[in-house]
Design a protein around this ligand. Structure first.
Ligand SMILES: Nc1ncnc2c1ncn2[C@@H]1O[C@H](COP(=O)(O)OP(=O)(O)O)[C@@H](O)[C@H]1O
Ligand SMILES: [Mg+2]
Length: 346
């Protein structure tokens, strides 16, 4: 990619595509995950699920080039960041906004200075323009009036939103979010999820949210993938994972003890048999009631621009529909109907 292409994307019209081809990450002799191939469609919201310790954070760090995989390619808008020059990587990094798990705010700076930090660091903008941008982003995340607060003076939810405002100041094309639900109650988690969809509708950025929150995975993304036992179990339209019969996926989505995932992540056949016997004898295996079918996806708040991702995704998914499992196909067809009806009655 040349720098002109990058500057076109910085106009903020369409998010960029991110894809990995057969990537493998190791630390010494420990393989974290191998042969991971997926495409985050431009401007769509994707979630990567996986038990703790499966390398979700390592995956995010690899996408921004903070960690280098041992094998495979990572294409950001067509540029392979595993082989590009340091200078190119520096330019590519400007396409990203990252919301780390704890918000990663500077404790001694108020929210204004925290959000202004990337602008002061990476741009030559004057203070009045910085102020305009910072106030705009704080407004976007609902923090107008809190700019003088220190991170220690506000709630975990507000810190996350401040971290999100900071991730947005350089007008990212790709937004990576690590465990947005950590430290938040279910209601606050839903609020921040709504914010992701609203921001997606406004700036059409490509989102990847890494989480083990099942509610979020069921209701927020266009696409879902899952990491387990050093592999990408699947990645595709949300309906594929949500209707999947794979034991590991079903166990995870229902938060149960019986299944391939154990306390120390993996378990052997003998332990699985013991646990199955317990449940057959009436022991509660944990988790809530099994949810049948697919919960509708959350939408951008009324009044927000139409999410451009929705129509693009529909066209894209129609093309691959015949390659998907039957249950996913019918769930996808069901999800299309309301959109079509809306189109015809308008
Ligand atoms: N910089 C590093 N050096 C060595 N091992 C690491 C490093 N970063 C992460 N790991 C290891 O990679 C594995 C996956 O970690 P992580 O990506 O944090 O998992 P998750 O985010 O899915 O909970 C863990 O075993 C962790 O110890
Ligand atoms: Mg993590």
């Amino acid at each position: 990619m040349n720098s002109q292409q990058i500057s076109i994307h910085q106009e903020g019209t369409v998010g960029v595509e991110v894809s990995t081809v057969g990537v493998t990450k190791r630390f010494g002799s420990q393989t974290i995950w191998q042969d991971v191939s997926l495409t985050l469609p431009a401007g769509e919201v994707s979630v990567l699920l996986g038990p703790s310790g499966t390398g979700k954070s390592v995956f995010l760090k690899s996408l921004i080039g903070l960690l280098r995989p041992e094998q495979g390619q990572i294409y950001i808008d067509g540029t392979d960041i595993t082989t590009c020059s340091t200078k190119e990587l520096y330019e590519i990094r400007k396409l990203f906004g990252v919301l780390f798990q704890d918000g990663a705010l500077f404790g001694s700076m108020d929210l204004f200075d925290n959000v202004a930090f990337p602008l002061r660091e990476h741009t030559r903008k004057g203070e009045s323009e910085i102020k305009r941008i910072v106030m705009e982003k704080l407004d976007l995340v609902g923090l107008t009036g809190a700019e003088d607060k220190l991170p220690g003076e506000i709630s975990g939810g507000m810190r996350k939103r401040a971290g999100l405002a900071r991730a947005l100041v350089l007008d990212p094309e790709i937004i990576l979010v690590d465990e947005p639900d950590s430290g938040l109650d279910p209601v606050r988690t839903t609020y921040i999820s709504q914010l992701f969809l609203d921001i997606n509708s406004q700036i059409d950025a490509t989102f990847l949210i890494v989480t083990h929150n099942i509610n979020l995975a069921r209701t927020v993304p266009d696409n879902i993938g899952m990491l387990f036992r050093r592999e990408l179990v699947m990645f595709g339209p949300r309906e594929v994972l949500l209707t999947s019969d794979q034991p590991v996926v079903k166990q995870f989505l229902n938060g149960r003890m019986v299944g391939p995932i154990g306390m120390s992540e993996e378990k052997d056949e003998a332990q699985m048999a013991r646990e199955r016997a317990l449940v057959e004898a009436g022991h509660h295996q944990g988790g809530a009631e099994e949810i049948e079918g697919i919960i509708p996806q959350m939408q951008a708040t009324p009044g927000m621009p139409t999410r451009q991702a929705v129509a693009r995704r529909q066209a894209r998914v129609r093309e691959i529909l015949h390659t998907l499992p039957d249950a996913a196909q019918s769930a996808i067809m069901d999800s299309f109907e309301p959109v079509l009806a809306g189109t015809y009655t308008d």
